[in-house]
Design a protein around this ligand. Structure first.
Ligand SMILES: NC(=O)c1ccc[n+]([C@@H]2O[C@H](COP(=O)([O-])OP(=O)(O)OC[C@H]3O[C@@H](n4cnc5c(N)ncnc54)[C@H](O)[C@@H]3O)[C@@H](O)[C@H]2O)c1
Length: 264
């Protein structure tokens, strides 16, 4: 991760919040939302840290970037923290999203209710297969790729999801970017090149499985290891990877200490 290379934390563009903190905010939000649904009014940093799978000192440090310090003996106000984190993540506004490639994965994503409940409205579904055009998926008619640019400008879309085969992904990415998309969630198993100012996050479940396979192999084959080694992997490995921003940049590989970004 950039932290190692620069010897200072990579920070998000707004208000200097470290990227690693930004990547943990969705974990806190998921835990807080569950508390809110149970009408729990306050939560201690220890309880919330345990629910989010994060170290409590790290949580307190993360919340200090939001200007949230909690009340001694009482803890954090759940509803207010939900609001603060949602606002910080930009979830208090509507984000129209397009999904390109409506096959098995694209259709499953379109049907995923968790997007809408978090402020991500699926504005359009796009596919190159003419036989899919007009067919409803999750109640939305699939549109042909010929209309991609028009769809994006008419819906004010800034986030594109790529669920095409790997071979088509770069070309789809280039069209999305040319049409004004500045954030891409890429599910295709390929490295995308994007210009400066465009953020790409990559989700690859097979990489997660390979990491689990590595740990399974270690657990099965090795002698018991000491505390240091055990502590080297205290948190689940990343489900998504972050892209840094060189001038014309390829995607980065898995980013060691960035946790999952898409709460399930
Ligand atoms: N990241 C993950 O964890 C993960 C998991 C499953 C699948 N995948 C990847 O997701 C992608 C989709 O998988 P799938 O099983 O849904 O495949 P699929 O073959 O069922 O669907 C792909 C769809 O993309 C469309 N398509 C092809 N070229 C296109 C283009 N240029 N523009 C727009 N649409 C185009 C096809 O018509 C098809 O409908 C693959 O790259 C696959 O490897 C990733």
């Amino acid at each position: 991760m950039a932290t190692g290379r620069n010897h200072r934390p990579a920070t998000s563009r707004s208000r200097g919040i470290p990227e690693a903190t930004v990547a943990r905010l969705p974990l806190y939000l998921r835990a807080l939302t569950a508390l809110s649904e149970r009408s729990v009014p306050t939560v201690s940093s220890e309880e919330l840290a345990a629910a989010a799978g994060v170290n409590s000192a790290k949580l307190r440090k993360d919340f200090s970037y939001l200007g949230s310090y909690g009340t001694r003996g009482v803890g954090y106000d759940v509803e207010y923290l939900v609001y603060q984190i949602s606002r910080e993540l930009g979830l208090t506004q509507d984000w129209p999203v397009v999904i390109v490639g409506i096959g098995n994965l694209g259709a499953a994503l379109a049907n995923y209710g968790g997007f809408a409940s978090r402020g991500f409205r699926v504005a359009a579904l796009i596919d190159a297969d003419p036989s899919l055009a007009g067919k409803p998926v999750a109640g939305i008619a699939v549109q042909h790729t010929d209309e991609l640019e028009t769809i994006i400008s008419e819906n004010g879309v800034s986030i594109g999801v790529i669920a095409t085969p790997a071979g088509a992904a770069q070309q789809v990415c280039d069209r999305l970017v040319a049409a004004g998309i500045t954030s891409i969630l890429n599910f295709a198993p390929t490295v995308l090149s994007v210009p400066e100012g465009v953020d790409v996050r990559k989700v690859d479940l097979s990489i997660e499985l390979q990491i689990l396979a590595f740990h399974e192999q270690r657990k099965a084959g090795e002698e018991p290891h000491g505390e240091d080694e055990g502590a080297a992997h205290p948190v689940a490995p990343p489900a998504a990877t972050v892209t840094k921003r060189p001038a014309k940049r390829p995607e980065s590989g898995p980013d060691g200490d960035v946790p999952a970004v898409m709460p399930a």
